[in-house]
Design a protein around this ligand. Sequence first.
Ligand SMILES: NC(=O)c1ccc[n+]([C@@H]2O[C@H](COP(=O)([O-])OP(=O)(O)OC[C@H]3O[C@@H](n4cnc5c(N)ncnc54)[C@H](OP(=O)(O)O)[C@@H]3O)[C@@H](O)[C@H]2O)c1
Length: 288
Amino acid sequence: MEQPVKILVTGSNGQLGSELRQYAGLPGMIFDFTERATLQLTNEADVREYMEQVRPQYVINGAAYTAVDKAEETGAQEEAEAVNARAVGYLAKACTAVGAKLVHISTDYVFDGTASQSYKPSDHPNPVSVYGATKLKGEELAERYTDAVILRTAWVYSSFGKNFVKTMIRLMAEKPVINVVADQYGSPTYAADLAAAIISIIQSGKWVRGIYHYTNEGETSWYEFAGAIRELIHSTCMINPIPTADYPTPARRPAYSVLDKTGIKETYGIIIPAWRESLEKCISKLQP
Ligand SMILES: NC(=O)c1ccc[n+]([C@@H]2O[C@H](COP(=O)([O-])OP(=O)(O)OC[C@H]3O[C@@H](n4cnc5c(N)ncnc54)[C@H](OP(=O)(O)O)[C@@H]3O)[C@@H](O)[C@H]2O)c1
């Protein structure tokens, strides 16, 4: 009998991490779900020691500093850099040391959003926020120190954690009218689909290092996305489309960040659900 594959997951209490937890008990895989309390990623010696003890075959790095606006504050920049950049280097080095393969998660925010057609993994990154810049450094360190598979994703939501979908459901229950930005375009990603794609990559037994893009299929604006949520929860709340200029935030966001997913489909044969279908699945979990 073949030995089960040992997989270490970081950020196990986050949106993606929680979706990955649903795979615990899957035949052929043994998971070690870590969180800040069990594995502090910003300590290089801890990371190295932990990896030497567990000796996983795969590491899925779902941990990140994801407070995009807070990361713009002077005090928070250092933490964002420590988690999103330096810690990725520590993990990547430890992966190489123990012979583990690293699946690292990155973001559409590495792009500036000035494109008019979907971004390919090879397109020039140019982050316009601290979060985006730290995530780009993380990608570079992952690639420098190990044979990583880097998955850039976008607009992530789940029934776990905090996200746009859950915020909209709450606001639509509280208010008769809400304003939603209508001039930022991208593709939502149901974290459960991203988790399934990662599991498929591992199960494929193939390993082609590089940067890949993964979001749900199709593109939309935050306004249109909110409209789909409204429809699915049968809310009567009015949604007012507003320009980004009327909703100033500390961090700049790309106006257009649709990602080209050809690479992951062709290399790993991943079938990607359309964003509306996945939204429906998530909402039926939240409101059975
Ligand atoms: N959310 C999005 O819209 C989005 C979009 C594009 C890309 N991504 C990327 O997708 C990945 C998963 O995102 P997500 O939405 O699942 O994130 P999330 O829900 O914010 O979870 C991130 C997790 O990382 C953990 N973490 C932070 N600092 C840590 C440290 N020093 N040591 C150990 N753990 C630490 C957090 O723990 P605590 O709870 O203890 O802080 C949290 O559980 C990330 O790489 C993110 O950058 C997300």
